[in-house]
Design a protein around this ligand. Structure first.
Ligand SMILES: [Zn+2]
Length: 404
């Protein structure tokens, strides 16, 4: 015998009694077929219902060869069951699904765009349209037309039809099946072959809101929310918006202006900061250079060794090293203390010493690593103490090489 689909007779049925007519294991779980059920099995883009059979949770529902199987979270020994649906989940699916019918037909009526796919998701639902050249104004027009159908509170009915009856109906698209064709009608607006569950009146869809449009090859994927989901989304956006308005101490409508002003101020501040930093770098480089050690004249001319450690970000240390190496005959051995202790060794183009080799040797002395080019090298040590050891080692090598 087949399972009697109570969800077709009355999509509003949320509790019923039934007899167990089949048992099996599905993914290791107790799974039963009933002689009648209001649990909708996954199909036609609509997810399955959940609920309980004798207080045992139903976690999945699927149809197979005329039977509807209920996958259970625990064992069920009884042969008769009292069943209850998770009604908020089911009604949500009915709202999304009926809203989809209306939205799909509105896209045809308003913009001649056909729906080629539908997915009822856990958060948003989507339809894929066969044309991609629709902009925000088109979507707004279609959404408004769809919501007018809700305002008109049109009865939604479902019935199995014969081939002759089918031929007289203005279907959106021909059904994929030829037997037991069920037509869902939004009175006077849309007729489509569908095996899902729907609300009884278009007004119960509550609200249709398009929340996204994304081009996917030759199709346009429209994301939308209906009913309770749309209301929850409105509440979320309202909370977000009032939070922003409070943060900017302004009216909600003034938030974009406030953000614009903040961005402008930020740009001005950043520019001023950059100018100040450039001045600071130049002044600090000059001060560091002044404290440097004069080395015996090399063949290329007088040389100056600058060794400094500071609590500054590595990017600023880089700028100082750059400013120092622009001064003739300068060798700068710099370190920045911090969470990631950094070393930068740099020298002027008129100095022959190899910074890459020097830093590699010095970093090892500090327990770290690094290297680089002859005129510029970077590295690090695991600790701030390591920096001091590295600088001491490097200083000794430089002084040896110049005969100090
Ligand atoms: Zn449907």
């Amino acid at each position: 015998m087949n399972t009697e689909p109570l969800y077709y007779q009355d999509p509003y049925l949320r509790a019923f009694t039934a007899r167990v007519i089949g048992r099996r294991r599905h993914d290791g779980k107790e799974t039963v077929a009933l002689d009648r059920t209001a649990f909708y099995p996954t199909g036609g883009g609509q997810p399955h219902d959940t609920g309980t059979l004798n207080d045992v949770a139903v976690t999945d529902v699927f149809a197979e060869d005329g039977l509807v199987w209920h996958v259970l979270a625990g064992e069920l020994t009884a042969d008769t069951v009292t069943a209850a649906l998770d009604w908020s989940r089911r009604f949500d699916h009915m709202q999304q699904h009926t809203g989809q019918h209306i939205l799909s037909q509105a896209f045809i009526v308003e913009r001649n765009a056909e729906t080629v796919a539908f997915h009822l998701g856990a958060t948003a639902s989507t339809i894929d349209l066969n044309r991609t050249d629709l902009g925000p104004a088109d979507l707004a027009a279609v959404e408004a037309a769809a919501n007018r159908v809700l305002d008109e509170a049109r009865p939604v009915t479902a019935a199995f039809v014969t081939q002759e009856e089918l031929a007289r109906l203005p279907l959106r698209k021909p059904p994929k099946i030829t037997e037991a064709i069920r037509i869902v009608q939004v009175t006077g607006f849309d007729w489509s072959a569908c095996g899902g569950t729907h609300v009884a009146n278009s007004a119960q869809v509550g609200l249709i809101k398009i929340v996204g449009a994304e081009r996917r090859g030759p199709e346009l994927r429209i994301s939308f929310l209906c009913g309770g989901r749309a209301r929850a989304d409105y509440a979320r956006l309202q909370e977000l918006m009032s939070g922003l308005a409070a943060r900017f101490t302004c009216a909600q409508d003034e938030v974009p202006h406030a953000v614009e002003r903040l961005a402008r101020e930020n740009q001005t501040t950043r520019k001023a900061l950059e100018e100040l930093e450039a001045q600071w770098v130049e002044a600090t480089a000059a001060a560091w250079w002044a404290t440097g050690q004069q080395l015996p004249n090399a063949a290329s001319g007088p040389q100056r060794l600058v060794v400094q450690t500071a609590d500054i970000p590595p990017e600023r240390l880089k700028k100082l090293a750059q400013a120092l190496r622009e001064r003739p005959g300068t060798i700068a051995l710099l370190a920045a203390r911090g969470e990631r202790p950094q070393l930068i060794f740099a020298r002027g183009d008129d100095v022959a010493l190899n910074m890459g080799e020097l830093l590699r040797a010095a970093a090892v002395a500090g327990g770290g690593r690094g290297g680089g080019r002859p005129e510029w090298a970077q590295g690090g040590t695991p600790t701030n103490e390591g920096l001091a050891a590295a600088l001491t080692a490097a200083t000794a090598i430089v002084q040896r090489s110049t005969g100090v």
